[in-house]
Each structure stands twice: as C-alpha cells, then as structure tokens.
Design a binder for this molecule. Structure first.
Ligand code: UD1
Ligand code: CA
Length: 450
C-alpha cells in the first residue's frame, strides 16, 4: 500500500510565546518537526508533504530535501491545511497519513501498526487515539456501540462529551480516494470557524464508510506540544528513552536522571558516565572511556579508553588512552593523538597534539602543531595573536618546553630542543638546542636592612 504523509506545521504556536515557529523548538537537541520526519522515515513512509505557514521560510530550511513543501498562507484549520496538500498527493497513492508537526514522541512502531490496521480493515479513515487522564484541549472520540461516529473538539463539546477520556491524537490514515472526494465537504460551522479535518469522521459515518481506531497503550506518546511546559515534558521523556537505549547498548550511566545525551549521540560499550554530563550534537564516543562529572562535549569524536574529567570539548577529536582534565577546555579544531595528557586548566584551540605528549597544567595552546613525546611545562602559553592576525606555533617531536614559557608565534621549536623555564621565544629554536631568555639572577645581600 503506497503511503504519503502530510505533516501539518503551518500553525503559529501562539502559546509558545516565541519568535521561533513552534515546530522548530528543539527536544533533546532536535527540532520537533525533525522528530516527526525521522519517525516517518523509520516507519518506512518515504513520501512526505509538509504544510507550512507561520515562519514558513525558517521551517522550510529544516524540512527542505526531506519533504515536499506546500504553503498554507492563511491558517483556516487542519482541514484547510490538508486541502493545500491535496494537489501534491501522487495520483497512485493509496493511504494519506496525516500527522502534526508538534508530536515528537510518536514512535515508528506505532505509525507502522496504524498503517497496518488501516490496510487490514480497509477503512475510509483509521484514527490514532489514546486515553488521557486529563483530556482537556483535545478532540474527544465519540463512540456508539464501539463504533467511532465523530470527533468533537473541546470548544464544541457539551458537558457529557467533555467527560470522554478517549482523545484524538491528531494522527490518522485516510484512504486517498475518500479524502479527496470529501475534503471539499468540510465547512466552518463550529465554535472556532475553522475547517476541521476531524469532521471527516462524521462524513464517513454519514456515507456508511468504515472508520477504525487504533488505541495507543501509552498516552505520553501522543503528547502534542503547545506550550513550554509540554515541551519540557516531551524533553524529559525523550531524554529518558535515549538514556535507556544507551544503557541497553552497554554503557553505564551512574545517574541517568542527571545525564543529558542528545538525540544523535553514539556511545560504545563499557564506557562509564558520571552524573552531570552533557553530550550534544553529533558527538561520537568509543568504548571503555570514563567520562567524569561535569563534562560537556559538543560535536566531538572521542576514541577508546580515555579518562576525561570536568572538561568541555567542542568540535574536536580525541584519540585513545588520553587523560584529560579536570577543568580542561578543548576548543574547535583540536585533535589529540593517542595517550596524550591534557591536565587541569589547560585550553587548547585549533591545534594538533601528537602521541604521548603532555600539557599537564595551566597552559594555552592555540593554532599549534605539537609533535609526539613533547612536554609543555606548567604555565606555558602560545602568543598566537598580535591583535590583528593569528599565527602558528610548531613544536616538533621530543621537544621540552620549560615552565612558564611564552612562544611568540609564528615560531618553530625543532625536534628535541630544550627551552629553559621562564623564556620568551621569539625566534625558531634549532634541533636539540637549548634556548633560554632568562635574565641572570642578582642577589643583593642584606638589601632589606639598608
Ligand atoms: C487538533 C485536533 C484535535 C486533536 C489535537 C491533537 C482538529 C480540528 N483538531 O486540535 O482533535 O485532539 O489536534 O493535538 O484537527 N495546523 C495547520 N494549519 C492550520 C491549523 C493547524 O497547519 O490551519 C497545524 C498546526 O501547526 C499543528 C496541527 O495542525 O501542527 C494541529 O493544530 P492545533 O491548532 O494544535 O490543533 P488542536 O487545536 O490542538
Ligand atoms: Ca495541538
């Protein structure tokens, strides 16, 4: 059965009180509309049409290439939104799966089960419903002898109907022929003066066409995000799901409730993660690492067997067997080879550090190429910036940089060179040479007494 999804995402989302269109608000680091697109793709629904309106250009920049785009310039209701998508539906399509752009918790298995039920029963429309503890705000499912006869919106419901706890999740499968034949029969005779897509249930009943319902076991999955409280609820559920997925893949999370792992983060088995760790973006972490408390990694690749404590790493790469932190900061463009030591209060920016090299304490290394087996003493900094331009520092294999050295770039320290503590290096230092710029020590006896 050929299925095309129509994603409704034209609404303003007034209750978010935001400049950003509602469906672009992120849950677990991913825009809500992207969750919906990914869920559809996982369910095998490749053809998608997104209906955009408010902030359409912004939403289009995310959706482009993943769905065809149609615009609903005036938001006259969910029925009207689907009318805008109708001309874009492929002629040979069988099932139209309508889904809202603000339901990030729906699972692919649920969408598959809905489509399967729709196909098996040969319905004109099959609804995804759920039982809500507090159904306020949702459309209510009206049944007569189990048969669904209508959906009544909150604002149109009478006192009896308001007591119904079975709600419309806003996700449906329509038989395309039925949909295209009866969309034009929708009207705006209701409390909100809108074209309600949900009126198609009544219409199907009127024509004795079969209407089915698939009841969600877990109401949470259907959560529609209308305000920031619901956004935080969605975030919490997605975060828990991600942590559980990661733990089942063999990662120890000492306190999952205090661990933030973004939607796209990948972690290898036998890595142990301590509380208050935040892993974001396209971060990939290998196996057998210890990630201590208060680490934050963004868009970074971490190899295997590293020990990293209280460290921020952004857009950088770490090899294997490194010891980093506490309180280190690896900024974009940093690449550490294997067995590197980056100690406390060390900042590394846009630099390569070779195998087995050590920068153990209180240093700034920027725009540098550091070879292997280099030791950079405590308090050493690269002076990479003259106020206008940035310059490169090169420190070759086996060099020893004494404590509190200033390396004024551009400058090269050749292999096995040795720099005395407290030096300011402004010229290249040859292979195996000693360089010291220290002033001679003067001691004046009894100076204080005079
Ligand atoms: C809708 C359903 C309600 C259901 C609820 C589930 C109708 C009439 N009601 O109500 O039965 O319980 O969803 O969350 O369908 N949209 C457009 N264009 C429009 C109007 C809305 O694209 O003109 C989009 C919105 O961006 C949103 C979705 O459709 O993604 C749902 O719209 P919303 O206004 O949130 O509908 P509800 O009142 O929640
Ligand atoms: Ca809604």
């Amino acid at each position: 059965m050929k299925t095309t999804a129509v994603i409704l995402a034209a609404g303003q989302g007034t209750r978010m009180k935001s400049k950003l269109p509602k469906v672009l608000h992120k849950a677990l680091g991913k825009p809500m509309v992207q969750w919906v697109i990914d869920c559809l793709s996982q369910a095998g629904v490749e053809d998608k049409i997104a209906v955009l309106g408010h902030g359409g250009d912004q939403v289009a920049s995310v959706v482009e290439g993943q769905a065809d785009i149609v615009y609903q310039t005036e938001q006259l209701g969910t029925g009207h939104a689907v009318m805008q998508a109708a001309p874009a539906l492929p002629a040979d399509n069988d099932c139209v799966l309508v889904i809202c752009g603000d339901t990030p918790l729906l699972r692919a298995q649920t969408i598959q089960a809905l489509i399967e039920k729709h196909q098996a029963e040969g319905n004109a429309v099959t609804l995804l419903t759920a039982y809500a503890e507090n159904p306020t705000g949702y459309g209510r499912i009206v049944r007569q002898e189990q048969q669904i006869t209508a959906i009544v919106e909150q604002k149109d419901a009478d006192e009896q109907q308001k007591l119904i706890k079975e709600i419309n999740t806003g996700t449906y499968c329509f038989d395309q022929k039925f949909l295209l034949q009866y969309l034009s029969a929708l009207d705006t005779n209701n409390a909100q003066k809108e074209y309600y897509l949900t009126d198609l249930i009544k219409i199907a009943n009127l024509h004795n066409l079969p209407v089915g319902g698939f009841v969600l076991a877990d109401f949470n999955e259907s959560l529609g995000v209308n305000n920031r409280i619901q956004l935080s609820q969605a975030e919490a559920i997605l975060r828990q799901r991600k942590c559980e997925e990661i733990m089942l893949a063999g990662v120890t999370l000492i306190d999952p409730s205090a661990t933030y792992i973004g939607a796209d983060v990948v972690i290898g088995n036998d890595t142990i993660i301590y509380p208050n760790v935040v892993l974001e973006g396209k971060t990939v972490i290998g196996s057998d690492n210890v990630i201590g408390m208060n680490c934050r990694f963004v868009d970074s690749q971490i190899g295997n067997g590293n020990d990293i404590q209280s460290t921020v790493i952004t857009e950088s790469k770490v090899g294997n067997g490194c010891k980093i932190g506490p309180m280190a900061y690896l900024r974009p463009g940093t690449a550490l080879a294997d067995n590197v030591k980056i100690g406390d209060f060390v900042e590394v920016k846009k630099s390569q550090v070779g195998e087995g090299s050590k920068i153990p304490h209180l240093s700034y290394v920027g725009d540098s190429i550091v070879g292997s087996k280099v030791n950079i003493g405590c308090g050493t900094i690269t002076c990479n910036y003259d106020g206008v331009h940035k310059y490169q520092t090169v420190i070759k294999d086996g060099a020893f940089i004494g404590s509190n050295t200033n390396l004024v770039a551009p400058v090269t320290v050749e292999e096995n060179a040795f720099i005395g503590a407290g030096s300011t290096i402004t010229k290249d230092v040859p292979d195996s040479a000693l360089a010291v710029t220290r002033a001679d020590l003067r001691v004046k006896e009894n100076w204080r007494k005079k």
